[in-house]
Design a protein around this ligand. Structure first.
Ligand SMILES: [Zn+2]
Length: 53
């Protein structure tokens, strides 16, 4: 159990489960050591997508 931290794509809730306990959304694997820069890029890309849609 090294602990694969996952994060909900919707509300950014961190969990160990594949499903968000808060909203039931799909979670993606997050790397604890470097989730900060990845989080920023991910959030930026998501917002860009939302703008274009
Ligand atoms: Zn969620």
């Amino acid at each position: 159990m090294s602990g694969h931290i996952r994060r909900c794509e919707k509300d950014k809730t961190y969990t160990l489960m594949s499903q968000c306990p808060a909203c039931g959304g799909v979670t993606r694997t997050a790397h604890p050591a470097r989730f900060s820069p990845e989080d920023r890029f991910g959030e930026f890309r998501r917002r860009v997508k939302e703008w274009k849609t």
